[in-house]
Design a protein around this ligand. Structure first.
Ligand SMILES: [Zn+2]
Length: 919
């Protein structure tokens, strides 16, 4: 057999081996000797496009049913329980043409996990008893997203394409589509679908583990030989996505949330065959430019848009939508024709200009660097990405495919640009209150379709470039060369290398990941930002306005391998810059310069204020569980008031008052800074000096500490929280009494034991809701555990009763937890705690968090590990009796109906906050 070499990054130490089993399964084995966890992914060429027309959602249903027992491991849910006990997780998703399954676990139990994983595909039971339960689970998943605008608009898209193209099908499924039919029961359809598509020849398998390739090969051959063989009969995708009358049209769609958007989509053929050239993303780079002379700059200065993005849109093996998406202002809503004209004027400029080879070279260089200095990803990411890539790229490009960027023939560039014609366009306007005349099926999205006037389309085709348009300018942040620190430059822990009244600087040079990148974090403590609710609201608006102001000026950084983000955080704002270290200090200082210099203009003030208010109002339309968690955070964080409270402050905010706030905000401050990555001593010195210079003209203050609110002694209480959503939801929060490593270990371990059981009992067995689980939820570094459940049909009283019943059964069974199971559970948590950092960014983030939590020895994780090791089974059982006892200081947050018989105190969130503040 001919051996094809898999092209890999010089930074990638993994060994790869590609093979095809006798049954036709394509396998990629990956040996990663330092892997902490092993992972497997299986990607099958069958997705919702393959659903029989009378059985929409069947591929998705199959994906769910596969997890519910197989011949040799018949107990439903036992696979998830197995992997979660061994430090891993499992999941799957159904796409259009593919479905992907994965799991990971600690390395010791991986081979056994793999055996069970293989059995799922080779011998699924599809037990009759779970068919009905899982139908309900799919229905719940469907209803959960009924108000999700992504889904609602997606359905309009589906109804306005060629009905013979499989894209038109409904992908999720529900009780109406997944039902016994006279000609075929649901289970028979499931079996037929499985038998037709779940063949070894249609699957790719990737294993990532520290074990030798030969060992891995034995596993693959041994466990996966039982997969069904055969050739798959499938209908080739030869229907076009759009019929001629579905192009050159305008769609008006009414969203659920308050958004105003104009999306121009151009219908391209499948672009997979051109992957070596990355032409579509290059054109997206040109159209999405935000520098001087760009489409964005022009539309923004006309006051029509807030944001623009280019290049997104659905794609598949024979289609690609290239979308230019604009977030509109009020003025923009009235100017959609002019906006469309400008897009065509910009396109005319691109079409007339020669192929901008110098700009293409810049992109090539950056992509080549990101391959050469490829950063490691988790074994789970590696496995899932490569399993998908195996369906798209030839063997040599399985790893390299996303990075291959060869200079294209100019004719091809012209050919692709030529698809950007008015007659090949669909225009979608999304806004509340538009005139519509029909409703999309399943989601009831109001919409209307109209052909665009032929004369207007012709006039668009004839437009000449607007003279002020130009291609992106030479990028001031780009560099020609990169330098890496020597391999031994890594310092084990961050060092505090500078401290005065105004500035603390932590420094950690790091060469472990062989990447030319670095991170700088700044926390600006701003006393003026937290004086009152008004100030808290004003600070949020200030950050939005600032982001809006500087986006355009600093845009070139984002296309030169650099980035920054600004957030309201703690007692002020945080700034994070990241990417290549060259020019990054300059970028950070550019951001700081703008903090001082930006001008609050009346027009932008009003626009951004309205935008933020819309955003906050829309947060009520979020999933109820998410709303409950944000209420919880408002209760426990004094500096994080509920959205309603902030909204009231913002509504009355006037420009004058805001402008004087802007003058004062940075008058007094303290900066804590952290620099990690490919930095040298002199970089740190430069940063310290330039920050010092920036700080010199201001007053200083000590770093502000985090105020805390404890519910200790106030529980258990039941809070009724109103939400704008038909589902019911219940969150039960169990806070710890202190933040010692011993408490943290107990709470984390408790979550490990509870999570799969609660999910299995309330979701899989009782079908009470789709979003069900428990989580380790610390608040202000104080550990805590949350149970959450959201249900379309059971009210909070029922959810409460089911949870209480779960507590009882759980405690009764706890005595049977054996010493060896307990040790395994502990080992699972220890593995998770001892997870090495997989990338520079995760390491930098972890250390910055530690600095923020005053864990200045950077050993909290170690202390939690020690506490876990020392915990005995008896202590753990005792802990559970306290935690789940009826009088524990718990907070229940519920969207409806209070339980009729209980020992709880009932109140609303505001009452509880008052009580906590006065105690
Ligand atoms: Zn699902």
């Amino acid at each position: 057999m001919k051996k094809t070499k898999i092209k890999q990054s010089p930074n990638d130490q993994k060994q790869y081996k590609h093979l095809v089993l006798d049954n036709g399964l394509a396998v990629l084995l990956v040996q990663q000797s330092d892997a902490e966890k092993s992972a497997a992914a299986l990607c099958i060429r069958a997705g919702h496009f393959d659903d029989p027309p009378q059985r929409q959602g069947l591929a998705h249903f199959t994906e769910h049913m596969l997890f519910l027992g197989s011949k040799h491991y018949p107990v439903a849910g036992s696979f998830q329980q197995f992997v979660s006990h061994h430090g891993g997780s499992s999941n799957a998703w159904t796409g259009t043409e593919h479905s992907t399954y994965f799991f990971d676990s600690d390395t010791e139990h991986f081979a056994y996990g793999l055996q069970r994983f293989a059995d799922m595909f080779a011998h699924p039971l599809f037990a009759e008893s779970y068919i009905e339960k899982e139908r309900q689970a799919i229905e719940a998943e469907f209803t959960l997203k009924l108000k999700d605008d992504g889904r609602r608009i997606y359905q309009v898209h589906k109804e306005t394409v060629n009905p013979a193209h499989p894209f038109a099908k409904f992908s999720v499924g529900n009780l109406q589509t997944l039902v016994d039919l006279p000609e075929q029961s649901l289970r028979d359809s499931l079996l037929a679908f499985y038998q037709r598509y779940y063949l070894a020849s249609q699957m790719t398998l990737v294993l990532v583990a520290p074990d030798a390739l030969n060992t891995q090969q034995q596993w693959a051959e041994h466990y996966f030989a039982a997969l069904p063989q055969g050739e798959c009969q499938r209908d080739w995708l030869d229907e076009p996505l759009y019929l001629p009358e579905q192009l050159g049209i305008e769609l008006k769609v009414e969203p659920h949330k308050e958004m105003h958007k104009l999306v121009l989509s151009f219908a391209l053929p499948g672009i997979q065959r051109w992957y070596p050239y990355k032409l579509v993303s290059f054109i997206a780079h040109l159209l999405g430019d935000e520098g001087p002379g760009s489409l964005y700059a022009k539309l923004k200065s006309a006051g029509w848009i807030n944001q623009l993005s280019a290049g997104g849109g659905v794609d598949g093996s024979n289609f690609k939508d290239f979308s230019i998406s604009c977030e509109l202002t009020q003025a923009g809503m009235a100017s959609t024709e002019q906006i469309t004209q400008m897009v065509f004027q910009y396109l005319a400029m691109l079409k007339q200009a020669p192929f901008p080879l110098h700009l293409y070279r810049e992109r090539q260089q950056l992509l080549q660097w990101s391959f050469s200095y490829q950063e490691p990803s988790t074994t789970e990411q590696t496995a899932t990405e490569l399993a998908v890539n195996m369906h798209h790229y030839p063997i040599e490009d399985i790893v390299f495919g996303d990075y291959r960027m060869e200079t294209p023939p100019e004719t091809l560039y012209r050919q692709v640009l030529n698809y950007f014609q008015p007659t090949n366009m669909r225009l979608m306007l999304i806004a509340p209150g538009l005139t519509t005349n029909q409703k999309a099926r399943w989601y009831q999205t109001p919409y209307q379709v109209q052909p665009l006037a032929a004369a207007w389309l012709q006039s668009l085709a004839k437009l000449q470039p607007e003279p002020s348009f130009q291609l992106p300018q030479p990028n001031p942040y780009l560099v020609d060369e990169l330098h890496l620190l020597p391999a031994d430059a890594t310092q084990e822990k961050p060092d505090c290398i500078y401290r005065d009244k105004a500035l603390t600087l932590w420094f950690k040079p790091d060469a472990d990941f062989h990447t030319p990148k670095g991170h700088i974090y700044l926390q600006l403590s701003l006393p003026c930002s937290i004086k009152s609710c008004w100030q808290l609201a004003a600070t949020r608006l200030w950050v939005e306005l600032l982001n809006d102001e500087i986006q355009q000026a600093l845009y070139p950084a984002s296309t030169a391998g650099l980035g920054y983000s600004l957030h309201v955080q703690k007692q002020g704002i945080s700034i994070h810059s990241y990417g290549l270290t060259n020019n990054q200090i300059q970028l950070l200082l550019d951001v700081l310069q703008h903090l001082d210099q930006f001008e609050v203009r009346a027009g932008r003030f009003e626009e951004i204020k309205q935008q933020l208010m819309r955003h906050w109002r829309d947060s009520h339309k979020n999933k109820p569980v998410a709303s409950l968690f944000s209420q919880l955070s408002a209760i426990l964080h004094p500096l994080n008031p509920a959205i309603d409270v902030l909204l009231l402050e913002l509504e009355d905010m006037q420009l004058d008052a805001f402008a004087s706030f802007h003058q004062q905000l940075l008058q007094q401050l303290h900066i804590e800074a952290f620099m990690a990555g490919n930095w040298q001593q002199h970089d740190a010195a430069e940063l310290q000096q330039r920050l010092g210079h920036w700080l010199a003209k201001r007053q200083h203050c000590a770093p502000l500490s985090v105020p805390e609110r404890s519910v200790h002694g106030h529980g258990p209480v039941w809070l009724n929280i109103a939400v704008d959503h038909p589902d019911h939801a219940l969150v039960i929060y169990l806070p710890a009494a202190d933040k010692s490593p011993e408490q943290i270990a107990r709470f984390m371990l408790a979550n490990h034991l509870l999570a799969p059981r609660y999910f299995h009992q309330l979701r899989t067995e009782q079908q009470l809701g789709y979003l069900v689980g428990t989580g380790y939820v610390p608040v202000n570094t104080m550990p805590g555990l949350a149970f959450y459940i959201q249900s379309p049909n059971s009210d909070c009283e029922q959810l409460y009763q089911a949870t209480v019943q779960f507590y009882r059964t759980f405690l009764a069974e706890l005595e049977q937890l054996s010493e060896s199971e307990f040790q395994e559970l502990k080992q699972g948590l220890l593995n998770q705690l001892q997870d090495k950092d997989t990338s520079l960014s995760s390491r930098a983030k972890r250390l910055w968090l530690a600095i923020g939590q005053d864990d200045l020895q950077f050993d909290l994780t170690e202390r939690i590990s020690n506490a876990t090791e020392q915990l005995s089974l008896n202590q753990f059982i005792h802990f559970f009796y306290l935690l789940l006892s009826p009088d524990y200081d718990a907070i229940f947050l519920a969207t409806s109906s209070t339980p009729s018989h209980s020992h709880l105190r009932f109140m609303d969130a505001a009452q509880l906050i008052t009580e906590l503040e006065t105690s």
